[in-house]
Design a protein around this ligand. Sequence first.
Ligand SMILES: [Zn+2]
Length: 309
Amino acid sequence: MLPFKLAYDRRYDLHLGPHIFPSQKYRLVYEALLREKLAEPADFLPPEPASDEDVLRVHSHEYVRKLKTGALSLSELMRLEIPYSPKTVEAFWLAAGGSILAARRALADGFAGNIGGGFHHAFPDHGEGFCMIHDVAIAIRRLQADAAVKAAMVVDTDVHQGNGTAAIFSGDQTVFTLSIHQENNYPLPKPPSNMDLNLPDGVGDAEYLAILEKHLALAFHQFHPDLMVYLGGADPYREDQLGGLALTIEGLRRRDQLVFEHARRHGVPVAITLAGGYARRVDDTVRIHVNTILAARDLAVKQTSGARG
Ligand SMILES: [Zn+2]
């Protein structure tokens, strides 16, 4: 049994067939956690889809109307890079609901996760890079609307810069955005986050972890959030087909630990989302995501037993 809850729905799978985006990974992560007895069925909570009201806190009426009526233009579809269907819309609304649920549960339990989400390339008026709507921004806006949090920090370790996140929260003093990514990669241009760590090609574990650690300390020195939303991208992995960094599976787990340790040190609850992952072997992507959940578990268990002792 996990010391926190995970949002998951089997309809997260977009059933894309032979596509570079392995959206079956959500189901595979869920199944691996159960099969390896790392989690039990009661650890998973089914999300409600986000309401249109929730989505409209981030996205324009015009874009939401196009999504709901199938009215995207050919160029908008090409930019999205995944096929459109009402089921796809349903999957993204559910993933956004999962991130809202994870954010709420994180406030209650210290940690929570969404076995999905992290769609950081979605903008208010369009989607791109496999991201239709921005679940993380929707979750933050919902919790702010509920007065459950005032300030939030987004820590994004996907190999691609969080351009949608940066654009949505640009000029917003209540949300601090940190993105650590490969500079020479999609997206271009990169709208500025509060903190962009632009890494050269081929950076490996030691250098990556040193840069991340230094800047997490700086970020928490500058900003005191009520909630962190973490995007634990699996694509800084050295075997990733869409990434050019060189982290190992062990290095990625250290990365997750580092982020969670900083949050715990500052008493900040963490909601985890998965974001990208395009390893040659989908099993590696699944392992990296499972490890993110385990890194949170290990720290949550340690904290609990520490408090008891
Ligand atoms: Zn990515």
